[in-house]
Design a protein around this ligand. Structure first.
Ligand code: ADP
Length: 266
């Protein structure tokens, strides 16, 4: 990984609930270089979404701090675009109007906004659906609108929380491919939360494994494979095995240096 662009420094997060205090994350350190594609994996409840929401500025750490390009994150900003599992589009607005909304709040002139919306819709392969309403779109198309909307203010960072988890395999793979192309072409920094280890290995420069309750970084695995990556190859599978092994291995929730796949895997 290159020099830290997103830096998570000894971050802990507690929630106060009716049943008492829930510590979602404890002492998390993480460094993401500018232009890197990093995924966060780990069992349900280990704090993946909480971590992403804190980088987004939607939640604050209980202790520690998060910095983006040197500045401490205290609120959401146009430097960070967000894509959630639910596309949450406005049903009464067309596709173009949904994307345009992200620009209206930024006070962009109507002509610039029109140009930008067309550009974004072409980028995500929806140029011909500009006037459709969300109800007329497939699940994959809705995700594409969500991605176009997140990219509208031209953020440096794209934060995605399990964006493809409810899609069929073919649609999911096609969106993964498109996300990779956008990442390369637009030179964004991507932080992706996913519960699918294969997806993380296919897409990422490195995969952060969170583990435990409260969640801690169990390990960071750098994926040293040429893209495009084929999950069926012998070089791909050891990464998946290593990461799955760390997710299962609850006793080893300790911070460690970036690791390579274990040589004992085929
Ligand atoms: P993951 O994304 O890995 O499934 P989350 O970040 O959603 O995990 O949740 C981590 C822990 O924090 C869980 O125990 C969850 O119940 C708790 N949590 C998350 N958000 C809230 C909230 N708004 N209020 C109370 N507890 C929360």
């Amino acid at each position: 990984m290159s020099e830290a662009y997103i830096s998570v420094e000894n971050v802990s997060k507690r929630y106060e609930t009716e049943d008492g205090i829930v510590t979602a994350l404890e002492g998390v350190d993480l460094s993401v270089g500018a232009g890197d594609f990093v995924s966060i994996v780990g069992p349900s409840g280990c704090g993946k979404s909480t971590l992403l929401r804190m980088v987004a500025g939607l939640e604050s750490p209980h202790s520690g701090r998060i910095r983006v390009d040197g500045d401490v994150v205290s609120e959401p900003g146009s430097d960070r675009g967000l894509v959630f599992q639910e596309a949450t589009l406005y049903p009464w607005r067309t596709v173009a109007e949904n994307v345009r909304f992200a620009l209206e709040v930024d006070n962009v002139s109507p002509t610039t906004a029109d140009r930008r919306v067309s550009e974004l819709l072409s980028m995500v392969g929806l140029a011909d659906r500009a006037n459709s309403f969300p109800a007329e779109l497939s699940g994959g198309m809705k995700k594409r609108v969500g991605i176009a909307r997140a990219l509208a203010p031209d953020p440096e960072i794209l934060l995605l929380d399990e964006p493809f988890s409810d899609l069929d395999v073919a649609t999911r793979e096609s969106l993964q491919q498109d996300l990779l192309e956008l990442w390369k072409r637009l030179e964004k920094t991507v932080l992706l939360v996913t519960h699918t280890v294969g997806e993380a290995v296919r897409l990422s420069d490195s995969v952060v494994v969170l583990q435990g309750e409260p969640g801690q970084v169990a390990t960071v695995v750098d994926v040293d494979l040429e893209r495009p990556r084929d999950p069926e190859t012998d070089s791909f599978k050891p990464y998946v095995n290593t990461i799955r092994g760390r997710i299962r291995d609850r006793s080893r929730a300790a911070v460690s240096a970036p690791e390579r796949p274990r040589s004992s895997y085929p």
